[in-house]
Ligand binder design. Sequence first.
Ligand code: COA
Length: 330
Amino acid sequence: MSIQIKGTGCFVPEKVLSNQDLEKIVDTTDEWITTRTGIKNRHIAPEDMPTSDMALAAAKNALENAGISADDLDFIIVATSSGDHPFPSTACVLQGKLGMKKKCQCFDISAACSGLLYSLDTGANLLRGHKNYRYGLMIGAEKLSYLADWKDRATCVLFGDAASAVILEKVDDGSDESCLLATDLGADGSCVSLLLHPAGGTAIPVTAENVDTHENALNMNGPEVFKHAVPAMVSAAKTVLADANIPADRLRWVIPHQANKRIIDAVAARLDVTEDHVYVNIQNYGNTSAASIGLCLDELSRSGQLQKGDLVLATTFGAGLTWAAALIRW
Ligand code: COA
């Protein structure tokens, strides 16, 4: 029995918000954003497009790529921090929108930017653990434009909207292989306050007052998050390489979470990986949180830059603080 990647997909909303557009909204410059983050553009979903609609488009794209139908799926996991509702899960909403007759299990994962890798790890184990399961759909979908504080120049320039999807398949081939050669996941709950959406839950219910003070918008201590991000992503990446006994020079691609080009460069340098093996698309999308890794995988796959058997190391970091790395054989 082996676990393989059967297909990928993505969806990016049409509307582009450039650094020049942001210069008209907050006190910033294209020069500051480009040199401090590497971001040039991000995509923004229309007001009437909930996260589940982006997830739906990415799911259909991946199902087509995999050559299977929605009713072949045995579970749906949506990784998101910006779901349609506090409950039910966006995965349930998505199942309804896919019009599935098969009432498979559906749930969300809240692991911020590490969400897709958390989902892949969980999804691979679900396939292994259920005799009759064959296909699982994992989605990373975010409408962070809705959570952003558009008066805070330190955060609103960083994020973008998108969804990405990966379909895993269990193949009864007599082997015991997985496309996930090794994974390393973790979290440090003592750092919750560094990056969070404070209000809107039971800790700080939404009131007219905290809407005015932007407490119901994304809140981040950027420099502190930066300090934690690099060592956590590097440590997780080194752990999976050591677990799988694969040297970094055998990697076709390293895909760091696309949060800041300076973070990406620092991670690549510490892993001793050259630029031509590091995938970067942050200039086009900004930080799309849980969608980021899947967006990279889908772009690489569809542009022919990933061949069967290639080794890919994805490493992420996000609110929680969470981190995750996965060594993937394509
Ligand atoms: N435009 C212009 N100036 C800005 C600005 C903007 N958009 N945002 C912040 N500044 C200013 C600050 O006010 C500060 O001014 P001051 O020196 O007069 O006080 C100056 O730029 C430096 O701010 P600082 O926050 O120290 O900058 P930085 O180099 O740390 O970059 C981040 C800020 C947010 C880009 C960076 O810390 C970062 O990327 N952190 C990680 C965040 C992240 O990845 N989060 C998601 C995790 S998944």
